[in-house]
Write a protein that binds this ligand. Sequence first.
Ligand SMILES: [Zn+2]
Length: 203
Amino acid sequence: MKSGSRLAIVPSQELLDQFLKRTLKTHPCWTWTGSTVRGYGVFVVDGHSLSAHRVAYALFIGSIPEDKDVLHRCDRGALGCVDPNHLFLGTQTDNNFDSYFKRRSKRKLTDEQIIAIREDPRPHSEIAQDFDIAYGTVGKIRRGVHWKHLGGIQQAKPKKLTPKQISVIRLDARPCRVIAREYAVSGTLVSLIKRELTYKEVA
Ligand SMILES: [Zn+2]
């Protein structure tokens, strides 16, 4: 990519609007519908070309350190994937085929997602589908067999949210932690719900 694609990206409501206008929230990947270079989405802002997936990362995950690249764990970057859920920070050497696949098989979920899975009161089958992981993996994550460093499931009785509550939470403009307190769930879960990264079946 040209040097412009590495410019620092400053998230804003306008950038988010522009991004969403060119993105279809399809499954298994969000799909970029704007211009592309070699299949990768390109976003033109103030005359500079930015990689669409870098914009996605900056908007939904966080800032990108200067020495890092934003890589796809889903292997569909060249098909226009701009799904923030599929992006991670790495260096170009991580793009090396071997290390890429090693990393991919070892780690597909973020810490944030692991925490949400542990709090999720729904049946394992629904959680597995939502996070695109194997049914058995859900049980291992919840028992703390996988991602030990984050501990195992702690809440004896996680709160079950109804589809109505999910819809209300998505429209709630207050900060995640305020909403979380009201529903007795974690801010992480609220954030995932609002970004439609979990409870995807609820419209
Ligand atoms: Zn993807």
